[in-house]
Design a protein around this ligand. Structure first.
Ligand code: C2E
Ligand code: MG
Ligand code: MG
Ligand code: MG
Length: 285
């Protein structure tokens, strides 16, 4: 390997790039041919109130199982779907499916659940975005006050003035806005200056080992106190260990989410948990 010439290495790299871009093309085409109902499903990860350990909401996360390519992670296909535009019909399908499933589950329950749905900046840029979102709420009977739209900093930053107005319009209907992966994009403060939001989500990378890593502690403390200063709800993502949740209890952080509490699961599992009064202690999964 040490004798590998620069040229050989270049050849190796270019093979890899070719393979990658071929995968991209394969996935891109597979997306367009996909049968939404057959190949896609939505799973739900509980969002837990830290103080009470109760499930107060769920985040909808899409899953794709292609008949030949197998399971493809959203970390890979969402970006491709954004590039080829498939994210628009897919995003609407996810929203409708999630609203319907969570509505059916909580209709007869005294413990209504909030529903958080990830929305891509490509979706917001569609002229019809607000109209279509409201139509889905109407069609499924899901109350706007219980819907939360998760946006990334990137999506907010890249959006034009008219898209920020769409966000305000959604809020005027009672829909809440969360900033996902706060602090990992380019302009966290810029966004808070531009648009009013309701919640910020502290990303998993800062929560990982936060109990023992002083830099992560400083970052998480800064984000949670900033959230308080802006009167925003704070949710910490990716809690995997008890020590991490214990650390967060010393801070002002209302909600948590992560494998320690529950992994993303199918709707019937959420139904069981909701019936057991939404009480989530680790190990229920
Ligand atoms: P995200 O919105 O930040 O979602 C959190 C991701 O972290 C999810 O991965 C979730 O399964 C995972 N996760 C949750 N708790 C833990 C934990 O304790 N440890 C670890 N290691 N991971 C945890 P997933 O489902 O693979 O989604 C990845 C990303 O893909 C999401 O990040 C989101 O940006 C995007 N995505 C997923 N579903 C959708 C969707 O329906 N629409 C759009 N536009 N994007 C989606
Ligand atoms: Mg999210
Ligand atoms: Mg996130
Ligand atoms: Mg999550």
């Amino acid at each position: 390997v040490a004798q590998d010439s620069g040229i050989n290495r270049w050849v190796y790299c270019s093979e890899e790039i070719k393979r990658d871009s071929m995968n991209q093309v394969t996935i891109s085409e597979a997306l367009y041919q996909a049968d939404l109902e057959k190949e896609f499903c939505v799973v739900y990860q509980p969002q837990v109130q830290l103080e009470t350990n109760r499930m107060v909401g769920v985040e909808a996360l899409v899953r794709w199982q292609h008949p030949e390519l197998g399971i493809i992670s959203p970390g890979i296909f969402i970006e491709i779907a954004e590039k080829n535009g498939f994210i628009v019909p897919l995003g609407n399908w996810i929203l409708e499916r999630a609203c319907r499933q969570v509505q059916e589950l909580t209709e007869l329950s005294e413990e209504p659940l909030n529903l958080a749905v990830n929305v891509s900046f490509i979706q917001i840029q569609q002229e019809q975005f607000v109209e279509e979102t409201l139509a889905i709420l109407q069609k499924t009977g899901f109350p706007p006050e219980r819907l939360e739209i998760e946006l990334t900093e990137r999506s907010l930053f890249e959006n034009r003035m008219e898209d920020l107005q769409k966000i305000e319009e959604l809020r005027s209907h009672g829909i809440r806005i969360a900033i996902d992966d706060f602090g990992t994009g380019y302009s966290s403060f810029g966004i808070l200056a531009k648009v009013k939001v309701d919640k910020i989500k502290v990303p998993r990378e800062f929560i990982d080992r936060v109990d023992s890593n002083q830099n992560s502690q400083r970052i998480v403390e800064t984000i949670t106190s900033m959230a308080e200063r802006f009167e925003l709800t704070c949710l910490a993502e990716g809690i995997e260990r008890e020590e991490e949740s214990t650390f967060l209890r010393q801070l002002i952080c209302q909600e948590v989410q992560g494998y320690y509490y529950a992994k993303p699961v199918e709707i019937h599992k959420i139904k069981q948990w909701n019936k057991s009064a939404g009480e989530l202690s680790s190990g229920l999964q």
